[in-house]
Write a protein that binds this ligand. Structure first.
Ligand code: CTP
Length: 446
């Protein structure tokens, strides 16, 4: 009996898939089809898959060609499957030509000609209304955003708004998009606003975009006052619009995996969380010059507060700041100490003092540690009392990682989901509350 195996996502099952499975089956007597999980697709950069795993399995079953269906969860799996299932032929579409030649030592590798003019990507684009995104702001993060947005299907970058004409034109020319200096035209020609302007302008821009009926994805910190956060989320809800705070760490697959392990009980009950992120900036940089809205905590606080809020929640009992200030009074280094009913937490960040950036989660049975840059989580370890036992986990983090938050934002728009679980509205509001307390206590004497 000749045993054949093939793999794919099989999203929005189409004629190309049908023809591939038919020919794969004809190569032998028994066909095994490996179908990718959502998380594996995310880690390999395939964002925006529309059908659930169950639907994709059902569709492959319905084709009638698969004798067995298995799930593909990770990159190295094909190699072990070939041994495990005693495979004679590995078949795949010709778009992968040459990619799987390394399997030739173990079985025959056949590349089947791909069916022309059809793909899941094409169907996804036809099905989805393409969201035209308009960027507000032309700084560093906006420059990272444009290439990342190109990788997510279902959106197109329409243009950029900046009240300073020169900046808008320069940015638009660099990325080959439209420049807007006139707001009404800008809002008329977009579906979604991406706010990447200075922190203190977020609140007004969010309100304005919502009033124009646009979904909003806003850079962190969303706003700097708790009441403002509550107000803008309520406004979005009332208008049936999505408002999304872009803390990229919350959406990256590695951080999701880390939280999953932390909450699974494998290190017992969690009692302590320590998160540190430092990034040295020049003393002349905006972050260290802007007397009101500069400083370490406003810049990096959202990242270090995130794991604490995710693990212990929004209801802390005590919160205290300690800062090291520069000559102009801005915080070069800040430590937040928190107490919760179940444990304690420390969030540390710095722009003018360097420290070891790490995330440490301690429990009654062990601890999880992720080294810098844990905010782009790609690797972490779980340690126990027995020092010889260490569980190691890795996960892909692609590019600048903004593609993950964007893909989740789009899913929320398409599914009309108000509050995502990766960063809930409550968590986002609580972080705004901590920002407000910091401003009140720290800028008092300035
Ligand atoms: N396939 C094919 N002809 C097509 C599309 C896909 O033969 N027109 C094959 C692929 O080469 C692969 C299998 O079908 O062997 C599953 O492919 P998959 O990646 O799920 O489908 P695509 O349509 O290529 O998906 P996407 O656009 O998301 O890459």
């Amino acid at each position: 009996m000749i045993r054949v195996i093939t793999y794919g996502t099989f999203d929005l099952f189409h004629e190309g898939h049908y023809r591939l499975l038919k020919r794969a089956k004809e190569l032998g007597d028994y066909l095994i089809v490996g179908i990718t999980t959502e998380s594996y697709d995310k880690t390999r950069g395939k964002l925006g898959v529309m059908d659930s795993l169950i639907t994709r399995i059902e569709n492959v079953k319905k084709s009638g060609f698969a004798d067995e269906i298995i799930i593909e969860e990770s990159k190295g799996q094909k190699f072990s499957d070939i041994k495990k299932y005693n495979i004679d032929i590995f078949a795949i579409g010709s778009d992968w030509l040459g990619e799987f030649d390394y399997l030739k030592d173990y079985c025959q590798v056949v590349y089947l000609e791909r069916t022309k003019d059809i793909s899941s990507t094409m169907l996804r684009e036809q099905k989805q209304h393409i969201q035209r995104i308009g960027i507000i702001g032309t700084g560093r993060i906006a420059n990272r955003f444009v290439p990342e947005a190109k990788l997510v299907s279902g959106i197109s970058t329409q243009g950029v708004y900046n009240p300073h004409k020169e900046s808008a034109l320069r940015f638009a020319k660099k990325w080959d998009i439209n420049a807007y200096t006139e707001k009404n035209r800008f809002y008329d020609e977009i579906d979604v606003a991406y706010i990447a302007s200075p922190h203190e302008t977020h609140y007004e821009y969010i309100k304005e975009a919502l009033l124009h009926g646009k979904h909003v994805i806003c850079e962190k910190p969303l706003v700097l006052h708790r009441k403002q956060a509550e107000e803008v989320y309520a406004e979005a809800k009332q208008r049936g619009l999505i408002l999304f705070e872009a803390i990229k760490t919350a959406y990256c697959p590695g951080f999701q995996k880390l939280l999953g392990i932390a909450c699974s009980g494998s290190i017992g009950s969690i009692r302590n969380v320590e998160a540190c992120f430092t990034k040295l900036e020049k003393t002349s940089s905006r972050e260290l010059v802007d007397q009101i809205y500069g400083g370490s905590f406003l810049e990096l606080g959202s990242y270090v507060m995130l794991p604490i809020m995710k693990i212990f929640g929004n209801e802390y009992e005590k919160l205290e700041f300690d800062t090291i200030q520069g000559d102009n009074g801005l915080d070069l280094f800040t430590r937040v100490s928190m107490r919760y009913p179940m444990g304690i937490a420390t969030a540390t960040c710095g722009l003018g003092v360097k420290s070891e950036g790490r995330l440490l989660i301690s429990g009654t049975q062990g601890y999880i540690v992720a080294e810098a840059p844990w905010w782009k989580t790609s690797y972490f370890e779980v340690h126990y009392e027995d020092a010889g036992k260490v569980d190691k986990y890795s996960e892909t983090f692609l590019g600048d990682g903004l593609r993950y938050e964007l893909s989740d934002f789009l899913t929320m728009i398409n599914d009309r989901e108000e509050s995502g679980f990766k960063l809930t509205r409550g968590e986002s509001i609580a972080i705004a509350g901590v920002m407000e307390r910091f401003l009140t206590e720290n800028r008092r004497n300035m």
